[in-house]
Design a protein around this ligand. Structure first.
Ligand SMILES: [Zn+2]
Ligand SMILES: [Zn+2]
Length: 191
């Protein structure tokens, strides 16, 4: 099957092998990677132990085993080179802007340069299918909402924020939380 690069479109993709002989296609110009999800899932089933071992090793060496030389992120929507439809983008996490590009019709994935290494660094190279699932994406949206909420109050309260947060944490864990909340709402300072 001949496929041109999903990103720069001018270069033919060449067969390559990722970790533990995972067959993929790669663009020599932009270093993007094409993954067939059927192949990926089979690879995953056969390499669960290897991947777990690798993650453990990574843990022990403090994430030094995986290095990302260059990380790029294709901004606009990509077009699937097999069926010519737009691919969907799924955020990996809220810290990076990187997304995985997925064509659900063809059941395949496009990763930009360095994104496979990023998945490994985050120890989610075995979770590609989960990343594009609704619970994962919902969780990211929830996190984003919480962070935005916190940031708004940080700005609003300024230097008092730290004290408020410490108090809120203390209150949250207090066995008489609701009594304290009630007292606070009814509290009147002595004139
Ligand atoms: Zn390319
Ligand atoms: Zn497609």
């Amino acid at each position: 099957m001949h496929l041109d690069c999903y990103c720069c479109k001018t270069h033919p993709l060449k067969p390559t092998k990722l970790d533990y002989a995972l067959p993929a296609l790669r663009c020599e110009a932009c270093q993007g990677t094409y993954l067939d999800l059927l192949t990926y899932r089979t690879w995953l089933e056969n390499n669960l132990a290897n991947i777990e071992q690798e993650k453990m090793a990574q843990e022990n060496t403090g994430d030094k085993t995986v290095a990302i030389d260059a990380l790029t992120n294709s901004e606009g929507a990509l077009i699937c080179q097999r069926c010519s439809k737009f691919m969907l983008k799924y955020r990996i996490n809220n810290e990076q802007d990187n997304t995985i590009n997925v064509c659900h019709t063809c059941d395949d994935v496009w990763l930009d340069q360095g994104e496979w290494e990023l998945l490994k660094l985050l120890k989610i190279q075995d979770k590609l299918t989960q990343v594009m699932g609704e619970p994962w994406q919902q969780e990211l949206r929830n996190q984003e909402r919480e962070q935005a909420f916190k940031k708004r109050y940080q700005q609003l309260l300024g230097e008092d924020f730290e004290q408020v947060e410490a108090f809120a944490t203390w209150l949250h864990n207090h066995p008489k939380k609701s009594e304290i909340q009630h007292y606070l709402s009814a509290f009147k300072p002595i004139a």
